[in-house]
Design a protein around this ligand. Structure first.
Ligand code: FES
Length: 318
């Protein structure tokens, strides 16, 4: 996990391309066209919109050196406003604050076989991985599900590959992709990836529950667990030499910021990883969607935006 402090960048929107129905690709560059921090497949960037809304969007292209970031965004009228603002308000030339790439969904590049499952706009990080696997000459299979062909981004490019399989709900009598029937036929040494809507992720996790956890890779963009709200514990900030009591209804992050201490953060929902903090002692009550089961057990780090404490005192490296 990257514990670095994100440094925001003022970038300019240079291209808007339609990728599918209600789905656009947005490309951002530095105003001087200069280099941007590189990214690995599966990475996302934080986008802080001019209205103050902040969202995480996966990169369509990744490389150690980049001069632009392209993200895929589906307009979701039921969302909390980020995608609607991007579709309706952003124009070429708009200035947007971007947080550097982070990767909670890395590709195991030397896997003997990679199987990628995507639903809807969840194709964005998966498409990035497919490009990398093609470049590496590694075997892969893609299972990509959308409501209809019209909703399918990168359809033309991906259709060139026999190992890309598509499922269109409206051509299957409204039936969803059966992830379990795909998983049961896979070679047991495969690494499996999934990004898509919550029901697909739940189905994928249920179908892979007996697989070794290091072969299972999932990307969530919405929280899987409710944030800890219980409070009633003390946080000792070892570097700042401060002690804070977290009351019910408040997060550790809120208390730290209210104390005037600046710490990295972005989504405040446990899905981006920006607030990951080293735990010196105490037992966190993990509520994020990023750490693996083993990382939760080890509790070397925690997400302070959403996780609480199981012990009366937590000592953090802040
Ligand atoms: S701010 Fe995103 S995980 Fe905490």
């Amino acid at each position: 996990m990257n514990l670095g402090t994100p440094e925001s960048m003022e970038l300019v929107l240079t291209v808007i391309e339609m990728a599918a129905r209600d789905t656009n690709l947005y490309t951002f560059k530095r105003p001087d066209g200069g280099a941007l921090p590189g990214a690995s497949p599966g990475a996302h960037v934080g986008v802080i919109l001019p209205n103050g809304i902040e969202r995480q969007y996966s990169l369509v292209r990744a490389a150690p050196e980049l001069s632009e970031y392209t993200v895929g965004v589906k307009r979701d009228a039921n969302s909390r406003g980020g995608s609607v603002f991007m579709h309706d308000q952003l124009k070429v030339g708009s200035k947007v604050t971007i947080l550097p790439p982070r990767n909670n969904f890395p590709l195991k590049e030397d896997a003997a076989h990679s199987v990628l499952v995507a639903g809807g706009i969840g194709i964005t990080p998966i498409y990035c991985m497919v490009q990398r696997l093609i470049a590496l000459g590694r075997p892969w299979e893609l299972y990509y599900s959308c409501r209809s062909r019209m909703d399918t981004a990168f359809l033309q490019e991906l259709s060139k590959h026999p190992s890309a399989h598509f499922h269109f709900d409206d051509e299957e009598g409204g039936k969803f992709l059966q992830v379990a029937s795909i998983v049961e036929k896979l070679p047991k040494h495969a690494h499996l990836y999934c990004c898509g809507p919550a029901p697909m992720l739940a189905g994928f996790e249920a179908a892979t529950v007996h697989w070794p956890s290091e072969q299972i890779h999932v990307e969530y963009f919405t929280p899987k667990f409710a944030a800890a709200q219980e409070g009633g514990f003390v946080v000792e900030l070892a570097r700042s030499k401060r002690e804070l009591t977290v009351p019910p209804g408040k997060s550790i992050l809120q208390m730290v910021r209210e104390a005037g201490i600046q710490v990295p953060h972005s989504c405040e929902e446990g899905v981006c990883g920006a607030c990951e903090t080293r735990v010196i002692s105490g037992t966190p009550d993990h509520r994020d969607t990023i750490l693996t089961e083993q990382e939760r057990k080890d509790s070397a780090t925690m997400m302070i935006c959403c996780s609480g404490s199981k012990t009366p005192r937590l000592v953090l490296d802040i």
